[in-house]
Design a protein around this ligand. Structure first.
Ligand code: HEM
Ligand code: HEM
Length: 171
């Protein structure tokens, strides 16, 4: 952390993301989108067996990715958030807030999901499912806002905001 060596492309720096953040952003993006679609399709199945199979698939992928998702949240908290370059402080704060709220909602999904799957008490698991389903919708809305921010950069700004989530900045 905080390594300002010119060779450092592993950790984040005050104005750029390193390889760890970049890899973890894209791996968990693919996982979350997959979980979202499988999750929403569970109750669309027409037999109880198909519903169970779909639910098991969702839970298996979710548990396999659980540590990676946790790592992502801990990593962001430990690294801090790089400053948006070429943007006002206000825009930087809006983007950073959306990023942090997304991480909080992901944490809510990671805790409510296992409660739905493994708690026997119907009242508790029913309540957990409400939290899980609501968090899923909130996450969907936040990702749309996030993509709106991305589009804004592609269309209106010629800065490195998009590039820096694909490739670390070399100094
Ligand atoms: C960020 C990660 C996750 C996402 C995006 C996600 C997404 C979803 C979505 C969209 C649903 C459908 C909710 C509805 O409208 O009824 C769902 C249901 C469910 N999820 Fe997740 N989920 C995640 C993590 C987890 C985890 C970690 C577990 C637990 C191991 C889990 C277990 C379940 C279960 C058991 C259901 C209920 C299926 C049913 O209707 O019976 N999920 N999830
Ligand atoms: C499930 C989907 C997604 C989630 C939950 C998500 C979440 C995040 C988070 C939390 C950050 C802050 C850095 C970090 O901690 O990783 C970030 C950065 C970023 N994301 Fe995503 N992301 C998603 C999908 C996408 C997609 C599809 C794109 C667009 C092509 C994208 C473009 C970016 C960009 C450009 C940044 C860097 C912003 C900056 O420089 O401050 N993200 N994303």
């Amino acid at each position: 952390m905080g390594n300002t060596s010119t060779e450092n492309v592993i950790y984040d720096r005050p104005d750029s993301f390193g390889w760890v953040s970049i890899l973890v952003h894209w791996v968990t993006t693919i996982v979350i989108i997959t979980l979202w679609f499988i999750g929403r399709s569970i109750t669309e199945q027409d037999s109880l067996e198909a519903i169970d199979a779909r639910r098991s698939l969702h839970v298996t992928i979710a548990l396999s990715a659980w540590l990676a998702l946790l790592f992502r949240i801990v990593w962001r908290l430990r690294q801090g958030h790089p400053r948006a370059t070429g943007q006002t402080m206000f825009i930087h704060r809006v983007a950073r807030t959306v990023h942090y709220v997304m991480l909080v909602v992901i944490a809510a999904m990671m805790t409510s999901g296992p409660a739905v799957a493994f708690v026997d008490n119907q009242v508790i698991s029913g309540f957990a499912l409400k939290i899980h389903a609501t968090s899923a919708s909130i996450l969907f809305a936040l990702v749309l806002i996030h993509l709106g921010g991305t589009l804004k950069h592609i269309i209106f700004h010629e800065d490195d905001t998009i590039v820096r989530i694909f490739w670390p900045k070399k100094k």
